[in-house]
Design a binder for this molecule. Structure first.
Ligand SMILES: Nc1nc2ncc(COP(=O)(O)OP(=O)(O)O)nc2c(=O)[nH]1
Length: 280
């Protein structure tokens, strides 16, 4: 199976690593480290690639719980300089945005191989925009908005409801002319979910993918609150071991892409896992 993106057919026969470059002052785990210094951000991106990242995910708006929305022009100001450079590198570049205006600027400039949207192309104009381009698309489930999504999230059947939502978004993409080989699914760990919801979803990744036509799944658990709740590690930077364990579990449950902060540790863990499992 391959993920069809603007410049690359990404081979999904073994789990791929998406390295996170947050250009935000307030991201929950690395906020402010790179947002004011594009050179530092580029050095970080280079390090992620050296550590084994297969894809770079560039974001300009924190969507952590309780985050306030960022105006699209500010989001674009944050990411454009870094995108202008990394898009010249021979590596798939994903733009993590939920705003059509930002998607349009990135796609029209030729900066994005992938649009990674935590709102699954629900913003006005996003579907026809992506239909006019060839970028890969990650469709993620979020219940509510970052500002309020963790305020008592409730489901009758979290797996069924998330699968149903993603299935509907896949159909909307198909009707807009965005073909299935361009699509990646993501249950949105921590986006309007309790720990129990996240665990159910992680355990049910194969069933969820099957319910959505067998499309590939991306898992983003890196350093998140769910890891902290299980380990008792309150500081995101202290959640590396737990994040790697969860990433391996997601890979074992068939996740095709792992969205992580800690690329080196995750890449090493995948190598050992594949060697012991006799995988490719
Ligand atoms: N597809 C996808 N995209 C995502 N973008 C941001 C975050 C939030 O995590 P992070 O980028 O580490 O933090 P922040 O939103 O505070 O920048 N999580 C996901 C995710 O789970 N899946």
């Amino acid at each position: 199976m391959f993920w069809q993106t603007t410049r690359f057919q990404i081979d999904l026969s073994a789990p791929k690593i998406m390295g996170i470059v947050n250009l935000t002052p307030d991201s929950f785990s690395d906020g402010g480290r790179y947002s004011a210094d594009p050179a530092a951000a580029l050095r970080h991106a280079e390090q992620l690639l050296q550590d084994g990242a297969d894809i770079l995910d560039i974001g300009g708006e924190s969507t952590r719980p309780d985050a306030l929305p960022v105006p699209p022009d500010e989001e674009w100001r944050r990411i454009a300089p870094v995108l202008a450079e990394v898009s010249r590198w021979n590596v798939p570049v994903s733009v993590d945005t939920r705003r059509t205006a930002v998607m349009r600027q990135a796609l029209d400039a030729g900066f994005a191989d992938i649009i990674n949207d935590v709102q699954a192309l629900e913003d006005e104009g996003a579907l026809p925009l992506l239909a006019r381009h060839a970028a890969g698309v990650c469709l993620m489930h979020m219940r509510g908005q970052p500002q309020t999504m963790q305020h008592n999230p409730h489901y009758h059947d979290v797996v069924g409801e998330v699968a149903g939502y993603l299935h509907d978004r896949v159909r909307a993409c198909s009707e807009a002319g965005i073909a299935a080989p361009r699509l990646m699914l993501d249950v949105g760990f921590g986006f309007g979910k309790t720990l129990a919801h996240n665990v159910d979803l992680l355990r049910s990744l194969p069933e969820l993918a099957a319910a959505c036509g067998g499309l590939p799944v991306l898992a983003g658990v890196s350093r998140k609150r769910m890891i902290g709740e299980i380990t008792g590690r309150g500081v995101p930077a202290e959640r590396v071991s737990g994040s790697v364990a969860a990433a391996l579990f997601a890979a074992e449950r068939g996740a095709a892409v792992l969205r992580v902060h800690d690329v080196r540790e995750t890449a090493d863990a995948l190598k050992v896992w594949r060697a012991l499992c006799g995988g490719t």
